[in-house]
Design a protein around this ligand. Sequence first.
Ligand code: MN
Length: 248
Amino acid sequence: MDFHCHLDLYPDPIEVVATTKRECTFVLSVTTTPSAYEKTANLVKDCPNIETGLGLHPELVHQRFGELSLFDKWIHSTDFVGEVGLDGSSRYRSSWENQIQVFTHALKLSDTHGGRILSIHSRQAATEVMNCLEPFKYNNTFILHWFSGTVKELSRAVEIGCWFSVGPLMLRGKKGKSLVSRIPKERILLETDGPFTSINKQSLYPWDANRMCIPELSELWGIDPNKVSSILDENKKILLSKRHSLIN
Ligand code: MN
């Protein structure tokens, strides 16, 4: 499974989609701009195991703020929203107010449409992200992608009901490992964030998530890989049962 990757941004999306369709149980293909949503969703229209999220990446808000109204146009067509969120890095400080506006709009719209599953970016902004999530937690389901906040922020996220998608790179770093060890096992999902991630100069693909993360989690949790795999499958099943279109 891969709950956060950017299929449209690989050099050869069609080939990646074909392999993903064959090799993966479930993949959430997130978008970085609402104007990319339609084309990206079309890439996987014949793939029942791949869903497309409607997103506006916080790093692009300064250029793409004008596309916000496209959220309203497409929200009806998907159970998934992402990549959305906030980025508190100094590079994106000038767009901070607009980032809050975009993120809040996505959360509110998801809420008023009965709830969506959202893949959320929170780099250097975990507390602010959670302040935004709190009022909209009742209908929506949140997945914090590659969480890198503090232990205290992590506890708050767990309390709010957030899920966490973790990838090979998070599981390789000391801080990432320590955070993962504190997340309840029943809230963990896998991701790659491909094509923006690589190991030994090899880009990560959706089918790398299980292969690379299950051994790491097995070691971290002290349980055998088959058991890890069954916990993750169960988590995926529960998470996907929260899809708005299944409930309503
Ligand atoms: Mn991403």
